[in-house]
Design a protein around this ligand. Structure first.
Ligand SMILES: [Zn+2]
Length: 301
């Protein structure tokens, strides 16, 4: 999810204090953020407060926004951090990136397939500045991963896409990935090697030393997944999936990503799209957010 040209125009307008631009941005994202928060906290009112705080933080930090990830991902990240910090003491409020949707029998030892993974360090804010070399490397890795995923999508390589989701996004062990997809452990190991090799080769002029620790590389890849969600289907694709208008193999992949893997971000989009189809009246909430944020709008000028 990269920042689109339309997003850039919108952000420029908001930086100038443009209220209509701000209203548009809030309106576009409020539903999916609310769906995300509502799934994590018990009370609807708390979820609304969190979303409101998220938009306030966004405006306050507008100048620091590094426009490399998409707006949606950035907003999700702020919201997620807010949920984590508010409920840090409560064990029930774990905000994993991946839902615990795996069937019990696919988990190596527990009843909750993915609960042990994909629980990224909440303090690892990806938009905090890293050192320059790490920045370059992260950028190159991001491009390389995107190229690979685009190629797999064009080639309709859905087994590869699922495996990449399992290994690098959900970060499950090879044998769990193998069982989930019904393939051999060896096939997973061989493919994982192929993906990492391909990612390294796509780095261009940025140097990744041959002895770069594999665990560190995998952590970096996980950070990139959190920050850029390179494998997440577009919102319009999720919409098509809900309407049943996707081709069968695409629908199967989107279903895997959303329901089986349990991507929280895409689930929020799904829930929001479903809610919008049923009760299209987000106006009151929009009004509330506008009233509570408009005072911060000129801060970035
Ligand atoms: Zn997703």
């Amino acid at each position: 999810m990269e920042l689109t040209k339309a997003d850039r125009y919108l952000l420029e307008a908001i930086r100038r204090g443009d209220q209509e631009g701000w209203r548009q941005l809030v309106e576009r994202h409020q539903g999916r953020l609310l769906a995300f928060a509502a799934g994590r906290v018990a009370q609807r009112a708390d979820a609304e407060d969190l979303v409101q705080d998220t938009f306030v933080s966004f405006l306050k930090n507008l100048l620091n926004f590094r426009a490399q990830a998409g707006l949606e991902t950035y907003l999700f990240t702020i919201l997620r951090n807010k949920i984590i910090s508010r409920y840090r003491s409560q064990a029930t409020a774990k905000v994993t990136l991946i839902g615990d949707v795996m069937p019990a029998d696919s988990s190596p030892g527990g009843s909750n397939g993915f609960a042990h993974i994909a629980d990224a360090d909440p303090s690892a804010s990806w938009y905090v500045r890293r050192d320059e070399h790490e920045d370059l490397l992260a950028n190159a890795l991001t491009h390389s991963i995107r190229d690979m995923i685009e190629e797999f999508k064009r080639g309709l390589k859905f087994e590869d896409l699922k495996l990449i989701d399992l290994l690098f996004f959900a970060r499950v062990a090879n044998n769990v990935a193998a069982r989930t997809l019904g393939v051999s452990d060896n096939r997973v190991a061989v493919n994982k090697h192929r993906y990492l090799d391909r990612i390294r080769k796509g780095l261009g002029r940025v140097d990744l030393p041959a002895d770069f620790p594999i665990a560190q590389l995998e952590n970096l890849l996980a950070d990139i997944w959190t920050a850029y969600r390179p494998s997440c289907p577009k919102r319009s694709t999720i919409g098509g999936w809900l309407l049943g208008s996707l081709e069968a193999d695409w629908a199967d992949y989107v279903g895997f990503h959303v329901d089986r893997l349990g991507c929280r971000f895409c689930q929020a989009n799904r829930d929001d799209l479903q809610a919008a189809a049923q009760a299209p009246d987000p106006a009151a909430f929009n009004q509330r957010i506008m009233e509570s944020t408009v005072g911060f709008l000129s801060v970035g000028r």
